[in-house]
Design a protein around this ligand. Structure first.
Ligand code: COI
Length: 355
C-alpha cells in the first residue's frame, strides 16, 4: 500500500462547490470542502487524515497563540488547457517550509505528508481548480505549535494542515508602493527569510499607514540605513534598469526566497536577459529613473504572480511608470502562464501532476 492509501478520508456530507461564484472569487475568501490535517506528537508525525473543512478547537494556553511558532506556504494548482491539473513547483515550497521550520525550532514535515498529502487532497478537490483565466486553486500548508503551557519554549506538539482556496488575481491593478523609512521587516540574523506568521503581523501596521497615504504596499529597506531595498512583504521585487533585470540578493537572509522569484530569474535568463541579484540602493533607482533608463518595476509571488508597479514613492520623489508599456514583465508572465497552462513544454519539470 502506498502512502496516499494510508490517509483516512472522511467525506463532507454536502459540497459548497455549486454555490461558489467563480467569476468573483477575490483572494482567500472561499474554501473547499475538505482539509488535510496531521498531528506531531512523541517526536514523530502521525498519519494525516482528510476531513470536512471546518473550525477546530484549541486550549487557550496553546503555544502558538502566545509565542507565535507558526509557519506557512503558498502554492498553486492550475487547470491546464487539456483539462489536466498540476501543481507549480511544490517541492520548492516543501523545502522552504522545512527551512522555516528549522529557524522557528519546529519539526521537519516529511515529503510524504507535504507532497503526497497535498496531491491526495487535490485529487478529492480537483473540481475546485478553476478554469477561468488567471485563476488557480491556492494551496495553504501551515504548521503551528499546540502544546498547552505558558513557559517560553518550543512546543512539543504540532499540527500540520493544508487548506485550499480557489482564487483570482491578488492585485487587480498596478501597484503604488511607498519606500518604508521608519519600520523594518528584517535584519541579518532575524527571521526575514522564514515564512512565519510574525513577519506578516509586523507588516500590518506599516501597511495600514501606507494605505492611509494611498499606497498598496510598502517597499522594505535595510534596518541600518533605510537605503537598500528588500521586498514588499507579499512579493519579491524586480527592476528593469538599462536593460538589466535587477533584484535584491538573498545572501543577507532578510528577504523571502520566493519560488516565483526564482522562476522569474530562470525564465529571464533563458530569454537572454541579464539578471543581477545584488544590493540595490533607492538612490541608484532614483538616478536611473531620472536618466530615463529605469523602465519597469514589478513584483513576483505565488499569490500575486507578476504584479506591475505604477509608482514608487520615496520622500519627495515619485517614480512613475507606464505599466501598459512593460514588455519584459508581460513576456515573463506570459511564459510562466504558458508553462502552467501546459501550452509550453515544461522543460524544468516544474509542474507536478495532481493525478
Ligand atoms: C503567497 O504569495 O503565497 C504569500 O504567501 C503571500 C501572501 C498572500 C501572504
Amino acid at each position: 500500500m502506498g502512502f496516499m492509501e494510508t490517509i483516512k478520508v472522511t467525506k463532507a456530507q454536502t459540497s459548497k462547490l455549486h454555490s461558489v461564484d467563480f467569476k468573483n472569487l477575490g483572494f482567500g475568501k472561499v474554501f473547499t470542502d475538505h482539509m488535510l490535517i496531521a498531528d506531531y506528537k512523541d517526536g514523530h508525525w502521525q498519519t494525516p487524515e482528510i476531513i470536512p473543512y471546518g473550525p477546530i478547537c484549541f486550549d487557550p494556553s496553546m503555544a502558538t497563540l502566545h509565542y507565535g511558532q507558526s509557519i506557512f506556504e503558498g502554492v498553486k494548482a492550475f487547470r491546464m488547457q487539456d483539462g489536466r491539473s498540476a501543481i507549480f513547483r511544490p517541492i520548492e515550497n516543501f523545502k522552504r517550509f522545512n527551512r522555516s521550520a528549522y529557524r522557528m525550532e519546529m519539526p521537519d514535515v516529511t515529503e510524504e505528508i507535504f507532497i503526497e498529502g497535498m496531491r491526495k487532497l487535490l485529487q478529492i478537490e480537483d473540481q475546485w481548480i478553476p478554469h477561468e483565466l488567471e485563476h488557480a486553486l491556492y494551496i495553504r500548508p501551515f504548521m503551528f505549535g499546540i502544546s498547552e503551557r505558558l513557559g517560553v519554549m518550543p512546543s512539543a506538539t504540532y499540527k500540520f494542515i493544508i487548506i485550499l482556496s480557489p482564487v483570482g488575481p491578488y492585485y487587480s491593478a498596478p501597484m503604488r508602493i511607498q519606500v518604508e523609512e521608519k519600520y523594518v521587516r528584517a535584519v541579518e540574523g532575524g527571521i526575514g527569510r522564514a515564512k512565519t506568521a510574525g513577519n506578516y503581523a509586523a507588516s500590518l501596521h506599516p501597511f495600514a499607514v501606507a494605505n492611509k497615504n494611498g499606497f498598496d504596499q510598502v517597499l522594505w529597506t535595510d534596518a541600518h540605513e533605510h537605503k537598500y531595498v528588500q521586498e514588499c512583504g507579499t512579493i519579491n521585487i524586480f527592476f528593469l534598469v538599462d536593460g538589466r533585470l535587477i533584484t535584491p540578493s538573498l545572501e543577507q537572509g532578510t528577504i523571502l526566497e520566493g519560488v516565483t522569484r526564482d522562476s522569474v530569474i530562470k525564465v529571464a535568463r533563458e530569454m537572454g536577459v541579464t539578471v543581477e541579484e545584488r544590493h540595490i540602493s533607492i538612490l541608484e533607482l532614483i538616478e536611473a529613473h531620472k536618466a530615463g533608463v529605469f523602465t519597469e518595476a514589478f513584483g513576483s509571488g505565488t499569490a500575486a504572480t507578476i504584479s506591475k508597479v505604477q509608482e514608487i514613492k520615496y520622500k519627495e520623489h515619485s517614480l512613475q511608470f507606464e505599466p501598459l508599456q512593460f514588455k519584459l514583465a508581460d513576456t515573463i508572465k506570459a511564459k510562466l502562464t504558458a508553462i502552467r497552462d501546459g501550452l509550453e513544454p515544461d522543460t524544468h519539470g516544474w509542474m507536478l501532476p495532481v493525478f
